[in-house]
Design a protein around this ligand. Sequence first.
Ligand SMILES: Nc1nc2c(ncn2[C@@H]2O[C@H](COP(=O)(O)OP(=O)(O)OP(=O)(O)O)[C@@H](O)[C@H]2O)c(=O)[nH]1
Ligand SMILES: [Mg+2]
Length: 194
Amino acid sequence: MFVSWMYSWINDILTYLGLAQKKGKLVFLGLDNAGKTSLLYRLRDDKMSAHVPTHLPTSEELSLGGVRFLTYDLGGHEQVRRVWREYTPAVDGIVFIIDVACHARMEEARVELQALMTDENVAHVPIAVVGNKIDKAGALSEEQLKWSMGLQHQCTGKDTQPQDCPSRPVEVFMCSVLQRQGYGAPLKWIASFL
Ligand SMILES: Nc1nc2c(ncn2[C@@H]2O[C@H](COP(=O)(O)OP(=O)(O)OP(=O)(O)O)[C@@H](O)[C@H]2O)c(=O)[nH]1
Ligand SMILES: [Mg+2]
């Protein structure tokens, strides 16, 4: 009874996210405090996490159906960068999360994102850049986030079919994990490439 309930619940979530019948490994990357753990918990039990900064270990994992989600906190941690590369050699999609209300750390996020985008180990892996915390005062708009990240000319389109995508898929999405807004779209977008 419980097992079948769990099964249908997981299936509902996966279907909603476009991930049913899909297999793959998705990583959530971003600076600390961006909202990676909150998004992971949101997927897991649709609850907002009681905030426990995940500094040690700097990684968390969740499996839903055939899809594994892993989170890694970047930001000044050369060691973390090594770890996530070592342990996630075959990544199928990257969700890069940014706190768009934290203007002071935009440049730090941009540096991390650019390093990721030029990393040849993940050269063909789709990257969904997700601006989180749009509910907060002073949050950047989607256009402002694109500018801040140097992505004004690099997005490949939200509706581009995988076969029509000329280069590595990159797209920007805005969300509030706290208010349950918009976090499904980047996952659906990534799912289309799995
Ligand atoms: N206002 C607002 N706060 C959010 C949102 N998403 C996450 N937060 C808060 O931001 C803080 C950091 O969220 P986490 O999910 O712990 O961030 P993280 O990226 O896992 O960061 P670390 O594990 O601490 O490195 C928490 O206090 C969350 O409650 C959002 O959409 N809006
Ligand atoms: Mg965390």
